[in-house]
Design a binder for this molecule. Structure first.
Ligand code: NAD
Length: 386
């Protein structure tokens, strides 16, 4: 079954102007989206801000600035998309908001609670919107899961979980100065597995639970490890206590044997819902009947921002709803440093070009154990935590 939720285009005849900060890396996805929408006459692409100039990356007629303040000084667009390194997010978002632009801010929106509160306050003061680039929150699959829970489809909820087993080679952690760092040049970076590459797992689980504000998280147990030669964590479990809701357990790694689809689970007294959030697929399992698989549409969060800026409706992923995520991020970045896993538990596979992948033997089973026992890796007594 495929649900079709109508997309909500901008209800305005005026074509909005949009600029982009950060062009290379993930910014390329914005380059493609801005290019397609500009070609279709849906927006005016008024500039990019990016210190690393390179010909042929953006259309020649799009003005290129080395820094966002220069772009804003030349004329603030209706919206700015920010796809830059994590420690730059807050300053760039505040600059854009103060200039009068709405903002799409890539995840994680900020690297701590103080910056989060500051950006939120500036947005309110300036009367501007901030959409956070958790694209999984644009999925109608999320609405479907919430609806099934509200209708009692799996009975009373007994727990939430999020899991992800990805593979990231050594080159992933050397691609930028900030990769794999907890801090850099005196600033928090927060490039750990649960705060950056698999951040969607945590953010989506909190959204499914309807616990998205800072105050919705009452306690966080952090159990971080690293198998790569990095400063931050690449294999982490959490137990997140939620206000007036069952706990959320999270188990994620970048050191799996094979890349797997990450997922969020709602456990209930009658059954279970599994949201495969990168695929917009939901599996509902209730004993005594075959699993029910549904596929859903996804709203583009840039389109959503432009639409809601025009019609005043609620955003799919507003900054305020990244509060609970940021509360957990803050607990991770201010919590214990990740422990290096002993070499005996690791397998190293050489890759082309001198690259290498490090596998943590049995991490998939350990992730499954965390979800089953609803405790951290260490709490479950997993071998490599001892
Ligand atoms: N939503 C997703 O699925 C997803 C996936 C990957 C990355 N991201 C996010 O995108 C952002 C960028 O990640 P990345 O891996 O592409 O990083 P990156 O370091 O590879 O690229 C960032 C780009 O920003 C530029 N830049 C740096 N400082 C700048 C500044 N002050 N002003 C303008 N440009 C500046 C860099 O030169 C570079 O081109 C991060 O927030 C990351 O978490 C999101």
């Amino acid at each position: 079954m495929t649900t079709r939720t109508p997309l909500r285009p901008a209800r305005s005849d005026r074509v909005p102007s949009v600029a982009l900060a950060g062009v290379h890396g993930f910014g390329r996805t914005y380059v493609d989206r801005l290019g397609a929408r500009a070609a279709a006459g849906r927006l005016r692409w008024t500039g990019v801000a990016e210190p690393r100039r390179q010909d042929g990356v953006v259309p020649a007629q799009v003005p290129w600035f080395d820094a966002l303040p220069d772009l804003l000084a030349a004329g603030a667009p209706d919206a700015v998309a920010i796809a830059t390194p994590l420690p730059t997010h807050a300053d760039l978002a505040i600059a854009a908001l103060r200039a009068g632009s709405h903002v799409v801010l890539e995840k994680p929106p900020t690297t701590g609670l103080a910056e989060f509160a500051e950006v939120l306050a500036v947005a309110r003061e300036c009367g501007r919107l901030v959409q956070v680039g958790f694209q999984s929150l644009g999925s109608a699959a999320l609405d479907h899961v919430r609806d099934r829970v509200a209708r009692g489809g799996v009975g009373d909820v007994t727990g939430y979980a999020a899991a992800g087993c990805w593979v990231r080679p050594r080159s992933y952690f050397t691609r930028a100065a900030w990769s794999g760092r907890r801090h850099l040049d005196g600033r928090v970076v927060a490039d750990g597995v649960v705060t950056n590459p698999l951040a969607h797992a945590l953010a989506t689980a909190l959204a499914v639970a309807g616990r998205t504000r800072v105050e919705d998280v009452t306690a966080v147990q952090v159990d971080p490890y690293r198998v790569n030669d990095i400063e931050t964590d690449d294999t982490t479990s959490l137990v997140v206590s939620l206000r007036e809701a069952p706990d959320l357990v999270v188990a994620v790694t970048l050191a799996a044997a094979e890349p797997g689809e990450p997922f969020v689970v709602v456990e209930g007294t009658r059954g279970r819902l599994t949201l495969h959030y990168t695929l917009d697929v939901v599996v509902e399992e209730v004993p005594g009947r075959p699993p029910l698989v549904t596929r859903h549409d996804r709203f583009d969060l840039l389109d959503d921002l432009l639409g809601r800026a025009a019609d005043g409706g609620p955003l799919r992923a507003p900054l305020v709803a990244a509060g609970a995520f940021t509360r957990v991020l803050d607990a991770v970045v201010t919590g214990p440093a990740p422990r290096a896993v002993a070499d005996a538990h690791l397998r190293r596979t050489p890759l082309p070009g001198g690259d290498e992948a490090v596998r943590l033997v049995g991490v998939e089973e350990a992730v499954a154990t965390v979800l089953r026992e609803r405790r951290t890796f260490a709490g479950c007594g997993v071998a490599w935590t001892r």
